[in-house]
Structure formats: structure tokens, C-alpha cells
Design a protein around this ligand. Structure first.
Ligand code: GTR
Length: 428
């Protein structure tokens, strides 16, 4: 069993108990109120967008701006100085299967430094620069694999007694406890590199009014705290910073870097993929509300639920739309649209109803018109695909698998099948 499911379930249980006093959770398709999505192909001045060029020059920047302003917040112009240090390399890691690199990104402002510790594995037998998966982890780099050479994170992380994590602090006892979510050897065997860092390196996952973590070095954008960088944006900023390093590493194919994330980190992966076009493929695993799922579909977690439970995930402006999803100037199909024409993959789990699997599917379906502008084949109808049968249409991939919230071996295999396909087409 995926242990994270147990953790997720207990977090959710506490949340549901607190919610039940004032809110009804809807899981019934028939009870989803009618909604109308914002026009994805009409610009703010009413102009119809009919070409890829107009999308790139007119509508795309408008939509990025709307997401920054109303949901994720803005990354301030004055970002800190960033220096990358190689803390360690080992060309004989994981019993000779991998080259391991520990790279530290130091964000520096005056006397303060925030350290983001990037753990990289490259297949030892690679004969050319490799494609690579980049994803953040929840519990520290030591949790993804039991190898004793991996430094234990010093960052604030969520408690998880099943993973031996108490007092928001990791020890060696947590080595490899989340390895079910990270099939490192299998990724290497399939010819991919893997880079990961703990999301807590960038911003501890609790509400402190955007003061700690990277916020302490960034300060508010435009001296306006309503669109201040949210935690999800801070984590996405970590992904784009990791990319700054990865594209300089000669053992990695910089045009084949895939950004992947599960759950809240899937939200961050989508946002990073939307704003940073260096990512070649974007994968969202069970990202739910504020990620792939449409906000307007009232099923599972709603905007009010997420803003109540996690006030720091989005900017303050997003809270204005609690119970007013229909007034949002964006919806999540537009986030997927920002990824076009690059390949995107959205995945759901049948029992992960809190994330609204059908709403996750509809987002990718409704992003179709953008992909079509680029001449790509698109998902043809809005019927949820069969369970455990991935649907590939042009640059779009989707699956819903059996089981609950979590990232499983099945998910990883499907993602690598998909990236194999896209990268081998490019290589020809
Ligand atoms: C849930 C949250 C979801 C999802 C998940 C996670 O409790 O309501 O939006 O992101 O946590 O990140 O584990």
C-alpha cells in the first residue's frame, strides 16, 4: 500500500470533519451546478484568436498575467542572486547504477542565504546526454531512496509518523520511506535521469503570511500583498531555478527535461511548466483543485475549501473567489493551454474523488482548441477514458487508474512510455 495514501487520508479526514460544519462536499456528477468556462480564444478586447501567432503574442501573455494576478501571485522582478555549488559527485552511486550529484542552489540576498539541495541521478551507462525527470519531494531527498549517501534534509517538512518524521524534522530514520513514490532504479533502467529537491527548501508548507522561506529574500511584488508570490509559486520558482542548473549540465539533454509533480506539487509543476517554456513535457499527477481540476466544477475540493485549509498556497486575491468560482477570470483548462504546444500529461486516480478526476480530465479536454492552433491532434470527446487505459492524442496524454491518491509504479511506467514516444519522435 502506498503509505502516502494513509497520510493523505488522515489529513483529509481532519479536514472533512472541520469542513462538515459549514460546507457540503459534492461527489455526485448529477449535482454539479451548471457552469460556463471563460473564453480561452477571445482576447480581453474581444478579438478572436485564430492563429498560433496571435495566441503566443496576444492571448497567452494575458492569461499568464491573469493567473499571476488572481491565483498564484507574482514572482518579483528583483530576485536574489543564485549560485550553484557542487557539494558532491559520485560516479559509482547506487551500486554502480548511477552517477550521483548533490548540487546546492544558494539564493543570496545581503547576509541571508536559502539553500535548495538538488539530488541528481544519471544512469551510469549513459553514452549521451540523458532525458531527465525533475520533481519535488515532500519529505526530503533522503526519503526517495534508502541510500545512506543521500544527505538528510534540514528543511521544515510535514509530520508523518509512518515515515518516521516527527516535529517537522527528518532524521536518518526516514531514509527511503517514500521510495514507493520514486522508482529510482527503474527510472535509470529506462534511460532517464532524475532530479529532485524537497519543496520545504523553498517555502515551509504552513501559513505565516508569506514571510519565511524564499519570501524572506523576495519581498512583495509591486508592494502589493494581494498578488504576492504564493507558496505554490515559490515551489514553482524552485523548479525553474533547478532548470537553470540542469540546462548547464552536459550529462543532461536540456531539451528533454520533464517536470513532474504529485498533488500540491502537481499544481506547482503545472504552473512551472506554464511559465517556463524550457520544460519539454509537463506531468500532473492527481493535482486536483488549483492544479488540473476545473475550479468551476463543484465536485470534491472547492476553491473555498482549499483557501480555508491552505491559505498560503495561493495569493490573497484567490480568496475573493471562495464560493464565487464563476467570477474567476481564468479556469484550469487555460493553465493546461499555456503549456501548448509542448506535450502535457494529466493523471487521476479513481478513488481520488477529492481531486475530482473528471474535472482533471475536462481541463485537458478543454485546452484542445489551443493545441489545435498549433496543428496538433486533440482529445476528441469529453467522455472519461476507461480506467487503466491511457489516452494519447497528439501532445495530450491522460489516464485514470484504479486506486487512491498517490503516485504509483503504474503512473511512472505510463509517464515514461509517453516521454519515450515523444522524445524518440524528436530524435528522428
Ligand atoms: C489535500 C489538498 C489537495 C492536495 C493534497 C496534497 O489535502 O486538499 O488539494 O493537493 O492535499 O497535496 O497532498
Amino acid at each position: 500500500m502506498n503509505k502516502k495514501v494513509t497520510l493523505g487520508s488522515s489529513i483529509c479526514l481532519i479536514f472533512f470533519l472541520s469542513l462538515s460544519a459549514h460546507s457540503q462536499i459534492n461527489y455526485d456528477k448529477a449535482k454539479v451546478p451548471e457552469y460556463k468556462l471563460p473564453e480561452i480564444l477571445v482576447s480581453s478586447n474581444g478579438r478572436k484568436i485564430q492563429t498560433a501567432e496571435d495566441w503566443i503574442n496576444i492571448r497567452r501573455p494575458e492569461i499568464v498575467n491573469l493567473f499571476e494576478e488572481y491565483m498564484y501571485g507574482r514572482i518579483p522582478e528583483a530576485v536574489p542572486e543564485i549560485k550553484f555549488e557542487t557539494a558532491k559527485t559520485n560516479s559509482n552511486a547506487l551500486c554502480g547504477k548511477a552517477i550521483q550529484k548533490n548540487i546546492v542552489a544558494c539564493f543570496i540576498k545581503e547576509r541571508d542565504t536559502i539553500r535548495m539541495e538538488l539530488l541528481i541521478f544519471i544512469p551510469a551507462d549513459a553514452t549521451k546526454p540523458v532525458p531527465l525527470f525533475l520533481g519535488m519531494n515532500f519529505y526530503g531527498n533522503q526519503s526517495v531512496h534508502p541510500d545512506s549517501e543521500i544527505p538528510v534534509t534540514k528543511s521544515y517538512i510535514l509530520n508523518n509518523p509512518e515515515f518516521n518524521i516527527l516535529n517537522h524534522t527528518a532524521t536518518g530514520e526516514s531514509r527511503g520511506t517514500d521510495s514507493a513514490s520514486w522508482p529510482v532504479e527503474r527510472i535509470l533502467e529506462r534511460g532517464y535521469g532524475l532530479a529532485t529537491f524537497c519543496y520545504g527548501d523553498l517555502d515551509p508548507d504552513f501559513d505565516d503570511g508569506f514571510k519565511n522561506g524564499i519570501h524572506s529574500l523576495l519581498g512583495p511584488a509591486e508592494k502589493n500583498d494581494s498578488n504576492e508570490l504564493s507558496s505554490i509559486s515559490a515551489w514553482a520558482y524552485g523548479l525553474t531555478t533547478a532548470m537553470d542548473y540542469l540546462e548547464t549540465d552536459g550529462q543532461i539533454n536540456k531539451s528533454q527535461i520533464v517536470v513532474i509533480g504529485h498533488s500540491r506539487l502537481g499544481k506547482a509543476a503545472l504552473w512551472a511548466g506554464a511559465i517556463d517554456q524550457r520544460f519539454a513535457v509537463i506531468i500532473s499527477n492527481n493535482s486536483g483543485c488549483g492544479g488540473a481540476a476545473l475550479s468551476r466544477r463543484i465536485a470534491g475540493e472547492t476553491v473555498k475549501d482549499i483557501n480555508t485549509m491552505f491559505p498560503h498556497w495561493f495569493s490573497k486575491n484567490f480568496h475573493v473567489f471562495n464560493d464565487k468560482e464563476n467570477e474567476l477570470p481564468v479556469d484550469q483548462h487555460m493553465l493546461i493551454g499555456l503549456i501548448a504546444p509542448r506535450p502535457v500529461y494529466v493523471a487521476s486516480a479513481e478513488q481520488d474523488k477529492w481531486a475530482d478526476p473528471y474535472g482533471e480530465f475536462l481541463s485537458i479536454f478543454h485546452a484542445g482548441p489551443i493545441y489545435k492552433l498549433f496543428g496538433s491532434e486533440i482529445i476528441q470527446n469529453d467522455t472519461l477514458p476507461e480506467i487503466n487505459k491511457p489516452l494519447w492524442a497528439g501532445q495530450m496524454g491522460y489516464h485514470i487508474r484504479t486506486g487512491d491518491h498517490g503516485i504509483t509504479r503504474f503512473d511512472w511506467e505510463k509517464y515514461m512510455d509517453y516521454t519515450d514516444y515523444h522524445f524518440s519522435r524528436e530524435d528522428k
